[in-house]
Design a protein around this ligand. Structure first.
Ligand code: PXL
Length: 276
């Protein structure tokens, strides 16, 4: 059975990071080694959240795995809360990257043109360095604008997105995906660039005019699960975009609060059937 490692926080309430990565990737038939970087009572968009930092455990855990000889098909990082955690992840990559696996980074830092609580430009620049060590990265347009220090805009032309994709791939990753791309008012989706084949791909769904927390994490987890299931990047992007759309749709039908995330559990069955 294939096994991946994912390193990100557990936010107990709010359906993001590990609480979506674990069920989604497991449902896709892939074992998940879930390494929490911190335990939060909720994600950071709620007021008054608690934060138990687990940074000091991370290297010991990796050392134990190395002794046991565990291997991972992919190493997937999401939300990371400190410079120290980024440095530790660089060490993980050095020790756990093999010829056969790949590094997948979702540089979770912000959305809608703004960084999340606790992040700044300096952190984004450091995250950019981490991304240079990845095989595939999946930032949204806010994260792109901070990493490349380009202006965040409400609208981009296809040429502008292609330019951003090429700039990001020049940092190192062979494959780059930008999420939250839209060239038409009623569409929202993704665009990707594969440096090795010099090819672009875009895929859109009908826009549902609502934002839910955690959809970026659902997208990244689903994309990773599909890639580990040996779907092509294009196929995997379709599966992940379709699933995020289903999650938003099923939640919107009941109009849940945005910060609480989507009812992704209700459509997991569709995802499982879709990748068979
Ligand atoms: O969904 C991204 C995310 C993950 N983890 C934590 C967060 C956020 C976004 O705010 O606060 C702790």
């Amino acid at each position: 059975m294939k096994r991946i490692l994912t390193v990100q926080d557990i936010s107990c309430i709010g359906k993001c990071s590990l609480t979506v990565a674990l069920p989604i990737i497991s449902s896709m038939g892939v074992e998940v080694a879930a390494l929490p970087t911190a335990v939060l009572s909720t994600h950071t968009q709620f007021k008054g959240f608690t934060y138990r930092d687990l940074t000091s455990d991370l290297l010991d855990i990796k050392e134990h795995w190395k002794k046991e000889g565990f291997e991972f098909e992919a190493i997937y990082t999401g939300y990371l809360g400190s410079y120290e955690q980024i440095a530790i992840l660089e060490n993980f990559f050095k020790d756990l990257k093999t010829k056969n696996n790949f590094i997948f980074i979702d540089p979770v830092m912000g959305d809608n043109g703004k960084l999340y609580t606790g992040f700044n430009q300096e952190f984004a620049t450091r995250m950019k360095e981490l991304c240079s060590k990845a095989d595939i990265i999946v930032p949204n347009l806010t994260e792109v604008s901070y990493m490349l220090q380009t202006e965040y805009k409400e609208k981009y032309s296809e040429e502008e997105i292609k330019e951003l994709l090429i700039k990001l791939s020049a940092l190192g990753p062979k494959r780059v995906v930008i999420t939250g791309v839209s060239f038409k008012e009623n569409e929202l989706g993704v665009m990707s660039y594969d440096k090795e084949t010099n090819s672009f791909f875009k895929y859109f769904k009908e826009r549902i005019d609502v934002k839910y927390h955690g959809t970026g994490d659902i997208f990244a987890s689903t994309l990773l699960g599909a890639l580990v299931n040996e779907l092509s990047l294009e196929e995997a992007l379709k599966v992940a975009t379709d699933y995020v759309w289903e999650c938003i749709k099923v939640t919107y039908d009941e109009k849940k609060e945005n910060a609480y995330g989507t009812d992704f559990e209700k459509v997991l069955q569709k995802l499982i059937e879709g990748i068979k």
